[in-house]
Unconditional design. Structure first.
Length: 504
């Protein structure tokens, strides 16, 4: 009785671990844009002979009015099927192998595109900032495992060159998918080396760290810029005041004069909050090499439909020869020799890994479809007319609530993916913006307000440009009751200088 309980506990632990790995795999694949997904599939097929391509089928087209099961329902069906399949496989394939299991080979999931040859990936004449970083890594003196981990971190950077994924999450992914056991302390050591690459600020985990890295690496150091210590104090000790532009409080804390404070402010404004974008790329890839993940079509009657762009991604299936071999082994498992038991375990592992990978690809397709459908529904007016000012306030939480997906899943879907629309090929992040709520409770899109602000500034008399107070009054006359301080913030985000510097 006790032995049966132990066996059940072991099977349950294996099942939970398998489900956890499957969830991580789904999260990893859903984040990949179409080109990187094709590379990952090619690597997986190379590592696992139980995966093969199947005949192509016509891609389905989705409309913004289509009825579709929610993400929760889809995931529940998927998880139920996984539990049943994995439970049957564990019971059928491993039940009679017993204690010798620990001596048998264990299948490890293949490496992703961040592996040894990742630095050879070049698209067109222009290199992405990822490839430029990998080129610098190739010139560093690193151990093989350090190099692999550093390349993996580089592939985890967002479009701005910052690391938004926690070190704990990266450690988990390296352990599960790449059989690399590394502590967060060791990982941080590798990250510190990566942060010495150009441009300064690359690999930072926050805006504050990004700016500090740049200050520490100012050309010429203290001799070239004697204000470097003051700049560092502003960011390290008064970052909250810095973000709110409370220069008077900062000046008082630093105990410096107006002239020196003006020079510190000028130097700080020269720092780059998006070091990845400074490498001549937009969203990490050459604009000429962007492959949209979605093809959105707007009909003249306002109907919006879309398809997923599968590009060079093949349709996959479990190899029939492997499936037949597994069935044959399981039919005769009682008379298996030690060598045949090892072959049985190897075959089962390959077939199970193949099915898990295919399931994760299909889950990615469903997740992307549900997310894009929600974006189109929420921003339907833009897809109809293409006017940026028609984009309503929308944040990740809005799409998460509409789809039933987790907030982190929506974040992964919208990262580095593009939609080809009637109005151009746009990053999914383009459709998101914060909202501004007026005193009357009306919600306005910050993008709409910025567009109105830009129109006012473009039409002003350049011999007598408008102050922020005047801009605030002009916006209020157009129906945007925005305070002067908010106008100044939006103006700076648009890259528009103050009135005295706009005078011509």
């Amino acid at each position: 009785m006790a032995q049966n309980q132990i066996q059940e506990q072991k099977q349950e632990q294996r099942l939970q671990q398998a489900i956890s790995q499957q969830q991580l795999l789904k999260a990893q694949l859903v984040e990949l844009p179409i080109q990187q997904l094709a590379e990952r599939i090619e690597t997986e097929m190379h590592d696992n002979p139980a995966i093969e391509t199947s005949a192509d089928e016509e891609l389905p087209m989705y409309g913004d009015g289509d009825t579709q099961e929610t993400a929760d329902q889809a995931d529940s069906y998927e998880e139920q099927r996984e539990r049943e399949e994995r439970s049957d496989a564990l019971d059928a394939a491993l039940e009679n192998i017993g204690r010798d299991d620990e001596d048998l080979p264990v299948y490890q999931r293949g490496a992703s595109a961040a592996g040894d040859d990742a630095h050879e990936m070049v698209y067109g004449e222009n290199m992405s900032f990822y490839d430029q970083l990998l080129q610098q890594v190739g010139e560093m003196e690193l151990k093989d495992d350090e190099r692999y981990v550093m390349e993996y971190i580089i592939r985890s950077l967002d479009d701005d060159g910052l690391l938004r994924i926690s070190l704990d999450a990266i450690c988990d992914e390296l352990a599960v998918y790449h059989n690399i056991d590394i502590s967060t302390t060791q990982l941080e050591g590798v990250l510190r080396k990566l942060q010495t690459l150009d441009p300064p600020g690359i690999g930072a985990r926050s805006l504050q760290e990004c700016l500090l890295l740049q200050i520490d690496r100012l050309d010429g150091g203290l001799a070239a810029n004697p204000r470097q210590p003051l700049m560092r104090r502003v960011i390290a000790e008064h970052f909250d005041e810095f973000t709110k532009k409370h220069w008077d409080k900062i000046q008082q804390a630093l105990d410096i004069g107006d002239t020196q404070m003006e020079m510190v402010m000028r130097d700080l404004r020269r720092l780059n909050p998006k070091p990845g974008a400074s490498m001549g790329e937009t969203v990490g890839r050459s604009m000429q090499q962007i492959t949209p993940d979605f093809i959105v079509d707007t009909q003249d009657d306002g109907t919006v439909t879309f398809t997923l762009n599968n590009g060079e991604v093949p349709r996959l299936q479990v190899s029939q020869s492997f499936a037949d071999l597994l069935k044959e082994y399981q039919t005769n498992k009682e008379g298996l020799s030690r060598q045949m038991k090892e072959a049985l375990l190897y075959t089962r592992q390959k077939v199970e890994a193949a099915q898990s990978f295919i399931d994760a690809i299909q889950a990615r397709q469903r997740t992307l479809t549900i997310t894009m459908k929600a974006i189109i529904q929420l921003q339907h007016r833009f897809f109809e007319e293409g006017d940026e000012s028609l984009l309503r306030p929308m944040i990740l939480k809005d799409v998460a609530e509409k789809t039933g997906l987790d907030l982190s899943t929506i974040s992964r879907v919208t990262n580095s993916k593009y939609a080809q629309t009637r109005w151009g090929t746009l990053p999914l992040k383009f459709f998101f913006s914060d909202g501004y709520v007026t005193e009357s409770g009306e919600e306005l899109s910050t993008r709409e307000i910025k567009a109105a602000l830009r129109d006012i500034i473009d039409g002003e008399d350049k011999r007598k440009p408008m102050s922020d107070d005047a801009l605030s009054a002009a916006l209020k006359a157009k129906g945007y009751p925005i305070a002067r301080r908010t106008v100044a913030k939006y103006r700076e985000q648009l890259g528009v200088p103050v009135a005295r510097l706009r005078k011509s």
